[in-house]
Write a protein that binds this ligand. Structure first.
Ligand code: AMP
Ligand code: MG
Length: 488
């Protein structure tokens, strides 16, 4: 008998399961009552070598729901630790399982993780579940970040479970299928360093180097080189966040991926009015993870990684500390160069002059003083419509504009080229908080159009199309500061 049903195309390997037992627990996802597909990322499915049509059928949806495990999977929950708001805790996947690693048609390896898939040995007091709103929120923001050109985990699908979960009220349960270069975190190394043997820590480090930094395998002190490379990727990543005004919101060490991807979209949001002190998360009362603090927190987290790696870097502790400090001391300058280069592009500057930084800083100060919207101010300059900014009409802005024009005059590129550079560096749209909320509310009522339209607008943020114009508008009245809550 022939069966014309398309096949999904899973090609899973389970290399993580070969690591020491300490680092994970085998764990099946907990089946759910009535799975329903809410969102499928067709282009990502294709990149992974998966058939979208098959994924929409029961073979796909049952996998996304955890009711069926695909061939080749060996589900497990990963162990990790983390400094959460500076306090060290033993953690782990409390509501997620790793199904395995999909090998793509381009021979890349990606983790397939179900988030919200039920209790695990690491759940502590939690129910192992997730609500629809936060999972769709992660879907929107992660896909927006990808489209902005920022390394990130991605979202393949969201299903509802047909079960309600208890939060402040009863909410529809959901599961996100998350795709990542890997889910190895700073906190994974902290876990191995704290509770593992030297051999177990080394096994994790060698595995991670092989997976993410294969060129370092045969180098001289590979653990020092590894630390240096992670520092480089994080400096580049956090600079990208700063340049688009992204606030992660919960930069705990368990939420920093070794791959250099942004991970864990809980209480994150994009800044509106420019202010380095901006905080959205309701639990971040002291502003530890405020916009302007993110580079500092990045280097703090990397210092925790360095500590975990010390015993591998040198048998002599003092020698190891010296190597670590030397590597860590590069972060500030690496970050600064990425940021400065990015800011030059945002202002259409091709070449380098020592005074550029002062010009940029003066602009930032103007935005801060006038509570100018970060994205839209750059957008207006990019569209050659400075009159659209709230800065326009003030003598300070006129003076700054003159300086900027003079600066642009000291490069060979045409005005057209300058505007082109700005267009590719300043997004016309970001996931604005009120637009995200609106899409989530409609989706919870069963209307997915609002979400689809938002995702379409965000899928090419540098396009400057007419359809995107509405998504750049600020909310009509925003009396209260926007607050985000932990994505539980
Ligand atoms: P997060 O703040 O999302 O990065 O999560 C921090 C830790 O809490 C991780 O170990 C999660 O697995 C765990 N966690 C979050 N929500 C739940 C939940 N509903 N049930 C079990 N564990 C959870
Ligand atoms: Mg987390």
């Amino acid at each position: 008998m022939t069966d014309n049903k398309p096949i999904v195309g899973w090609k899973l390997e389970t290399s993580y399961a070969d690591l020491p037992d300490l680092l994970y627990t085998k764990q099946q996802p907990v089946p759910v009552r009535a799975p329903k597909l809410i969102k499928l990322n067709e282009s990502l499915a294709a990149e992974l070598g998966l058939n979208a049509e098959a994924l929409r059928g029961s073979d796909g949806v049952d996998v996304f729901a955890g009711n069926q495990v695909p061939d080749g999977a060996e589900p497990l929950a990963q162990a990790y630790a983390g400094h959460q708001f500076a306090y060290f805790n033993r953690l782990g996947d409390g509501r997620a399982v790793l199904l395995g690693e999909q090998i793509t048609p381009r021979a890349e390896r990606f983790d397939i993780q179900l988030k919200g898939s039920g209790r695990t040995p690491y759940s502590r007091g939690g129910d192992g579940r997730a609500a629809l709103g936060p999972m769709l929120r992660e879907y929107i923001i992660s896909e927006a970040m990808h489209a902005l050109g920022i390394p990130t985990t991605r979202s393949l699908a969201v299903v509802t479970t047909g079960e309600e979960i208890v939060r402040e009220s009863l909410l529809p349960g959901a599961i996100l299928t998350r795709i990542a270069a890997s889910h190895i975190r700073v906190g994974t190394f902290q876990f191995a360093a704290q509770w593992g043997t030297l051999e177990e820590l080394q096994a994790l480090a060698d595995y991670t180097i092989k997976r993410h930094y294969p060129d370092l395998q045969d180098g001289e002190n590979r653990y020092v080189s590894f630390l240096r490379e992670v520092i480089k990727r994080q400096a580049a990543l956090i600079a990208k966040w700063q340049l688009v005004g992204f606030i992660h919101g919960v930069m705990n060490t368990d939420n920093m991926a070794i791959s250099g991807e942004s991970i864990d979209y809980g209480p994150c949001a994009f800044m509106d009015a420019y202010d380095p002190a901006t905080v959205f998360s309701s639990i971040d009362r002291e502003g530890r993870y405020a916009y302007g603090n993110q580079p500092y927190i990045g280097s703090w987290n990397l210092a925790r990684l360095a500590e975990a790696l010390l015993p591998l870097m040198d048998e002599d502790e003092e020698g190891a500390i010296e190597l670590a400090q030397d590597a860590l001391s590069d972060f500030g300058e690496l970050y600064h160069q990425h940021w400065l280069q990015g800011m030059r592009k945002k202002l259409g500057i091709f070449n380098e002059e020592p005074e550029d930084e002062a010009l940029i800083e003066a602009f930032m100060l103007l935005m801060q003083r006038n509570k100018a919207d970060y994205t839209n101010t750059f957008r207006a300059l990019t569209m050659d419509k400075p009159e659209d900014t709230v800065l326009f009409g003030t003598p300070e802005f006129a003076e700054w504009q003159e300086r900027w024009m003079a600066r642009l005059g000291r490069q060979e590129e045409s005005k057209e080229d300058t505007l082109k550079l700005m267009k590719s560096s300043n997004p016309a749209v970001i996931p604005r908080n009120h637009r995200v909320e609106e899409a989530l509310e409609a989706a919870e009522q069963g209307n997915l159009c609002v979400l689809d339209n938002l995702l379409a607008a965000l899928s090419n943020p540098y396009a400057y199309t007419e359809e995107q114009a509405d998504y750049a508008l600020l909310p009509e009245d925003s009396p209260r500061p926007y607050r985000t809550f932990c994505g539980t």
